[in-house]
Design a protein around this ligand. Structure first.
Ligand code: GLN
Length: 308
C-alpha cells in the first residue's frame, strides 16, 4: 500500500529539522536578513481541494521571485505572444541579478524569471497604469488563485528592498537605454519591489499555485489562464525557474519550480498537485537549501517526477 501523503510530509519535516546546515538567509535585503533560518514548511494542494501540510505552514513569508510566476501569468493574459518580443525563453546560466547578457544581447533579457526579464514583465503589465492599480490587480489575481483574501504586500520589505535596490535600478536603466522599458526605471522598480514583497503562508502559496496544475479542469478551483499558458509557464519554470541552479533542480526534483530569495519555492506536479515549500536559508544559487532537498524527497517518495 502506498504511504499516505501526510506521513511523507511529516517525515520530510522531521528530517529537515534535524539537518544542521540550513543555508544562508538573503542578506542584501535587510528585512529578509532578520528572518530566523530555523523554519521549514511544506504544503501540497491537490486538485480535489485537499491540502496537506507539515512544519510552519501557517507562517507568512516574503515570496520574492515566486511572484514572477504570477506577474508572467498576468502579462501573458494581457499581451499574449507579443511579450516575447521583449524577453526571451532561454535559461541564462547566470545568477538571478546578472547584467552580463543584457549587454551582449541588446537589452533583451534571456527569460522572464531572471531579474532583468521580470522587470520587463512588470513594466509590460504596468503599461501606462498607476503602480497602485497594477499591484491591486496582481494581488487580486493571487488572492483569487488561492481563494483567500488574507494575502498582502509587506510595505516594510518593499521599502527595505527599495533602499538597497541599486542593482535592480541598474538593470532597469540598462533596459531603458536599449529602449526596452516603457516606464521610468524608478516606477518599474518600485512596482517590482512591491510585487516581490507579496507575503503569504506556505499553505496559501500551494493553494495559489493550483491554476498551474493543468489537466482536466476541476470545478474545485478557478481556471485563471488558458491551458496553453499553463503549459508554457510550466516549461519556463522547469528550464529557468532556479536561475543557474535550474539544471540541478530539474535533475534532482524533475518538476517545474520557481524559487525566491525569501526561501520559498512553488513546485508543480503537472496534473497532480501544487506544492509549496519554505525554508529561509539559501544555497549558493539563491534557492532554498532545505526547500530543494525537501521537494527532492517528496518527488522521490511520490514518483511525481515528470520523467517517470
Ligand atoms: N526582489 C528580489 C531581487 O530582485 C528577488 C530575487 C529573488 O527572489 N531571486 O533581488
Amino acid at each position: 500500500m502506498p504511504v499516505p501523503l501526510q506521513d511523507i510530509l511529516d517525515r520530510i519535516a522531521t528530517q529537515m529539522a534535524a539537518l544542521p546546515d540550513k543555508g544562508q538567509v538573503a542578506a542584501y535585503i535587510p528585512e529578509l536578513a532578520q528572518v530566523d533560518p530555523n523554519q521549514f514548511a511544506i504544503a501540497v494542494a491537490l486538485p480535489d481541494g485537499q491540502v496537506h501540510t507539515a512544519g510552519d505552514a501557517e507562517t507568512r513569508f516574503s515570496i520574492q521571485s515566486v511572484s514572477k510566476v504570477f506577474s508572467l501569468a498576468l502579462a501573458l493574459g494581457r499581451q499574449g505572444d507579443q511579450l516575447w518580443s521583449r524577453v526571451g525563453r532561454e535559461p541564462s546560466g547566470l545568477p538571478f541579478n546578472s547584467i552580463l547578457q543584457l549587454e551582449h544581447e541588446g537589452g533583451i533579457p534571456r527569460n522572464p524569471f531572471i531579474n532583468a526579464g521580470a522587470l520587463v514583465v512588470t513594466d509590460a503589465i504596468l503599461d501606462r497604469n498607476q503602480p497602485r492599480e497594477v499591484l491591486g490587480e496582481l494581488l487580486r489575481f493571487v488572492q483569487s488563485a488561492a481563494e483567500d483574501s488574507d494575502i498582502r504586500i509587506n510595505e516594510h520589505v518593499a521599502r527595505s528592498e527599495t533602499a538597497h535596490g541599486d542593482r535592480n535600478m541598474a538593470l532597469a536603466h540598462f533596459l531603458a537605454a536599449h529602449g526596452n522599458l516603457q516606464n521610468a526605471p524608478a516606477l518599474t522598480c518600485g512596482t517590482y519591489f512591491h510585487q516581490c514583497a507579496l507575503e503569504m503562508t506556505t499553505r496559501q502559496l500551494a493553494l495559489a499555485g493550483r491554476f498551474l496544475i493543468g489537466g482536466p479542469t476541476s470545478p474545485q478551483f478557478p481556471q485563471l489562464i488558458s491551458p496553453n499558458s499553463v503549459r508554457r509557464i510550466n516549461a519556463l519554470m522547469l528550464t529557468c525557474g532556479h536561475y543557474d541552479g535550474s539544471g540541478d533542480f530539474a535533475y534532482r526534483v524533475g518538476l517545474p519550480g520557481k524559487s525566491g530569495v525569501g526561501g520559498g519555492i512553488l513546485v508543480i506536479a503537472p496534473g497532480r498537485a501544487s506544492i509549496a515549500v519554505w525554508s529561509p536559508g539559501l544555497n549558493a544559487q539563491g534557492n532554498s537549501q532545505l526547500g530543494t532537498l525537501a521537494v527532492e524527497q517528496l518527488a522521490t517518495a511520490t514518483g511525481w517526477s515528470i520523467f517517470g
